[in-house]
Structures are given as C-alpha cells and as structure tokens.
Design a protein around this ligand. Sequence first.
Ligand SMILES: Nc1ncnc2c1ncn2[C@@H]1O[C@H](COP(=O)(O)OP(=O)(O)OP(=O)(O)O)[C@@H](O)[C@H]1O
Ligand SMILES: O=C(O)c1ccc[n+]([C@@H]2O[C@H](COP(=O)([O-])O)[C@@H](O)[C@H]2O)c1
Length: 194
Amino acid sequence: MAQRIGVMGGTFDPIHHGHLVAASEVADRYALDEVVFVPTGKPWQKSESAVTPAEDRYLMTVIATASNPRFTVSRVDVDRDGPTYTVDTLRELRDQYGDKTELFFITGADALSKILSWKDADQLFELAHFIGVTRPGFALTDAHLPADVVSLVQVPAMAISSTDCRRRVAAGQPVWYLVPDGVVQYITKRHLYR
Ligand SMILES: Nc1ncnc2c1ncn2[C@@H]1O[C@H](COP(=O)(O)OP(=O)(O)OP(=O)(O)O)[C@@H](O)[C@H]1O
Ligand SMILES: O=C(O)c1ccc[n+]([C@@H]2O[C@H](COP(=O)([O-])O)[C@@H](O)[C@H]2O)c1
C-alpha cells in the first residue's frame, strides 16, 4: 500500500503545542504513517527580520517530537541555500520518499489564507494534498482556492503562537505547558529570546 506522509512545515521559533496537536490530529484523521516536521531555512515572508538560527529551531523541533514514534524531522529546508519555498520542499521530499508516496501538507488557517502568494503556488497542489487546520483567531476557508486541492480539518483549539512564546520569555514570563518541557530547557540553556 502507498505510504501516507504528513508534512508539517514551519519556522518553529519556537515549536509549541499548537503545532504538535495539529500534526497529531491530522495524523489520526488521515491514517498517516509518519509526519515529517520541516523547519524553514530562511522564511522569506516572516515580517520579523531576526529569526533564530536554523540550527536552534531544528534542534528544538527534534526535542519536541522525539517521543512520538510517528514524528520525524527533516533538514531539507535548513540545508538548502536561499529563501525557503514549499515547492522545493515538496519536490525534495517526493524524491526521497518516491512517487508512490502520498504527501499531505499541513497548514494552519493563517498560512492557508496566504498560500496563493507562495512561490509557484499553481504547482504546489500537484505535489501534495493540502490540509488546512483551524487556529484560534483565524478564519479557515478554501474559498480562494481551486476545488478539491485542500481539505479543512477542525483540531483542538490551542491559542498559542511562537510570537507570544518569544514575548513571554523576553518579559520573564513562563512558557511551561505552552511548549514541551525539553524546549523550555533548551530556550533557557541557549539564552534564546532574551
Ligand atoms: N496554535 C496553532 N494551531 C494550529 N496551527 C498552528 C498553530 N500555530 C501555528 N500553526 C501552524 O503551524 C505552521 C507553522 O507555524 P509557525 O512556525 O509560523 O508558528 P506561529 O506560531 O504562527 O509563529 P509566529 O507567531 O512566529 O508567526 C503554520 O501553518 C501555522 O499556521
Ligand atoms: O513557498 C513559499 O513561498 C512559502 C511562503 C511562506 C510560507 N511557506 C511555508 O509555510 C510554512 C509555514 O510558514 P511560516 O512562515 O508561517 O512559519 C513553512 O513550511 C513555510 O516554508 C512557504
């Protein structure tokens, strides 16, 4: 049977429980064999110019996903030079996993609303099926997209963002239970977001 692989792309600065719940829920709903988390190299649409070094974001993603046997982390975007485009991510993963694998790219409602501004947007939908998930504060809709290229999925509401986690750390407030314990410890150890 064809392998079914979920792809959860993100800047993960830092990775939080909103990302993990979304991936877990879609994996269950779509009977995915694996979810590959793909931290971005250089996220060209992030408004803040200072994104934490990719190696720190990659390691936090490894720490956060290590205990789940179906979660893995890919370095394809971290290791590719230049701005990160999902069209390149999906092409590389397709090469790695082979043509028989079905890819399901998971995006939150905010990211889905901007997808037509992504590089080579018309080609994205040929490379993967897109799964848009609910996120508190954002409307989940596929009205702007061609028919049948995306499925919309309700996931448990987690009102968490990486921006808020960074602000909390900078203000000396706790991020316990918003991000996995190991990620709290990594943030402290590496003095991130101070
Ligand atoms: N709480 C959440 N619930 C559902 N999806 C989410 C949630 N947070 C992030 N996502 C989705 O995860 C993917 C990666 O998000 P990203 O790493 O940019 O996190 P973020 O919290 O949006 O970060 P930032 O606040 O820095 O913009 C995107 O598709 C985003 O929509
Ligand atoms: O391909 C693009 O042009 C593109 C533009 C913006 C975002 N993305 C992807 O969308 C995912 C979430 O991105 P972000 O910036 O919200 O963390 C991540 O995998 C990005 O590489 C992709």
